[in-house]
Design a protein around this ligand. Structure first.
Ligand SMILES: NC(=O)c1ccc[n+]([C@@H]2O[C@H](COP(=O)([O-])OP(=O)(O)OC[C@H]3O[C@@H](n4cnc5c(N)ncnc54)[C@H](O)[C@@H]3O)[C@@H](O)[C@H]2O)c1
Length: 433
């Protein structure tokens, strides 16, 4: 393949060197003539292990060229990669001017080409950017034979070539089969699973990945602060935490849905926050967790009230499926909120219905919804009868069946991701999808 790469910074030079090593012909393009001269001479413009050696080999085998001439590079290639900078403005907004400038340059050159051209955006950009690039090329510049994909880069400076060679996955954000095929071919030698996604999903994934990394670092640092205050080595604590790959470092608890609750998470989080307070240890990230969890309950209540519905069926009252534990269940707090707003609520929860509630569990529900027995229905159909809206708080096969069979004409608010796609016959909305 012949590939032009716009932007010879960290991402661009590493990609150029690795693609050339893997047999592709690469033309690097940059507005900075010094970088172009360095890369063209087989020298690295940045400090990065192995990079100088690969660039030198690429230039020696004539697989790497570099130029400041955008048009010549596009004319001589089938694919253009965009890896220019996307810095923050003072307000924190992404400055996309470099991306759009390159798009215009590529577009102007494509106009002189007869063969179709593929443009792959590799810079980190906010969701919707590839669509804007597409509009710029097709609507503004009137180009028809162009195929676009977003392909985020996950390399880390310092181990960039190792990361390029063994990424967790290659994401191709496109709905264009020609662009998808070109990116697949470009990475034919990279041993990683390929995930094809909608462009905006792929764009968001890159932001979320970096935000998650930032949150993990801050989380570990806050734990370290509290640990030290109690004369504990925070590294010892986190060393053990990361060894649980079932619950701690795993896909568990990593799906958007309803709030957390139950007899442990809220209580133990409160206890750790108390520990931090007693030692005057600031933990703003941990402090924000109860606030954002309560917000998830409030937002569900607001979505219900905004719909105009006042006769509400609730499927699932316990804090999760398969238990009768109502303590600090977000569904209980949601029902309490709705009752306070004058809604008529009917609840179905098999486990709670059958259960013989005792002890703190019984005390909790009696304190929050004293007449809850009167609201509990024996069958799900009784809860749905006369309801204007049904809210589902957790995901079970039973609830899915009930909704498919009996929820026609009733609005559905899904807090648990019970349907992956909206069902046409049902009036359905989710909180995060
Ligand atoms: N650095 C990283 O570790 C890393 C990792 C993953 C993703 N990213 C993302 O990749 C993108 C590039 O990052 P970087 O660190 O390589 O940036 P960089 O600042 O090192 O390089 C960007 C290059 O683009 C060039 N450029 C600007 N306008 C141009 C134009 N019109 N034509 C040709 N070249 C032009 C600049 O001269 C510069 O050399 C950013 O969106 C960044 O967020 C960076």
């Amino acid at each position: 393949m012949k590939i032009s790469i716009f932007g010879l910074g960290y991402v661009g030079t590493v990609t150029a060197a690795c693609l050339a090593r893997d047999g592709q012909e690469v033309i690097g393009v940059d507005v900075n003539p010094e970088k172009v001269a360095l890369v063209g001479a087989g020298k690295s413009p940045i400090i990065e292990p192995q990079l100088g050696k690969l660039l030198a080999e690429g230039v020696a085998t004539k697989r790497i060229q570099a130029t400041t001439d955008a048009e010549a590079a596009v004319m001589a290639s089938d694919i253009s990669l965009i890896s220019v900078g996307t810095p923050s403005t003072e307000r924190g907004e992404t400055d996309l001017s470099y991306v759009f400038n390159v798009c215009k340059e590529i577009g102007t050159a494509i106009k002189h080409k007869t063969a179709p051209h593929v443009v792959v955006l590799r810079s980190t950009v906010p969701p919707g950017t590839l669509e804007r690039c597409q509009a710029l090329l097709t609507d503004t510049l009137g180009i028809k034979a162009v195929h676009l994909a977003f392909n985020p880069e996950f390399l880390r400076e310092g181990s960039a070539i190792r990361d390029y060679d063994a990424p967790a996955y290659t994401i191709i954000g496109t709905e264009d089969p020609i662009a998808e095929a070109a990116v697949r071919q470009m990475y034919a030698t990279v041993n990683a699973p390929i995930i094809v996604a909608k462009p905006a999903v792929a764009e968001m994934v890159k932001f979320v990945a970096n935000t998650w990394h930032a949150a993990k670092i801050s989380f570990a640092n806050e734990i370290g602060r509290i640990a030290k205050a109690f004369d504990i080595d925070g590294r010892d604590v986190m060393n053990i935490i990361v060894q649980d790959t079932k619950l701690n470092v795993s896909p568990t608890y990593m799906r958007p849905g309803f709030a957390f609750g139950g007899s442990c998470l809220p209580k133990d989080l409160r206890a750790l926050l108390y520990c931090a307070r007693t030692m005057d240890v600031p933990v703003p990230l941990l402090n924000a967790i109860p606030t954002t969890n309560q917000l998830q309950i409030d937002l569900a209540a607001q979505a219900i009230l905004r719909s105009g519905a006042r006769r509400i069926a609730v499927l699932g009252l316990a804090f999760k499926s398969g238990t009768d534990d109502l303590r600090e269940s977000p569904a209980v707090l949601l029902v309490k909120h709705l009752l306070g707003e004058g809604c008529e609520v009917k609840i179905y929860d098999k486990a709670v219905e059958e259960a013989w509630l005792v002890g703190t569990n019984l005390a909790y529900i009696q304190r929050n919804i004293p007449h809850f027995q009167a609201l509990l229905m024996e069958e799900p159909q009784q809860a749905l009868a006369g309801a204007e809206l049904v809210v589902v708080t957790y995901n079970t096969a039973e609830f899915r069946q009930v909704l498919l069979e009996s929820a026609q004409g009733i609005k559905i608010l899904d807090l648990a991701g019970i349907f992956t796609e909206p069902i046409e016959a049902l009036e359905y909305q989710g909180l995060a999808w």
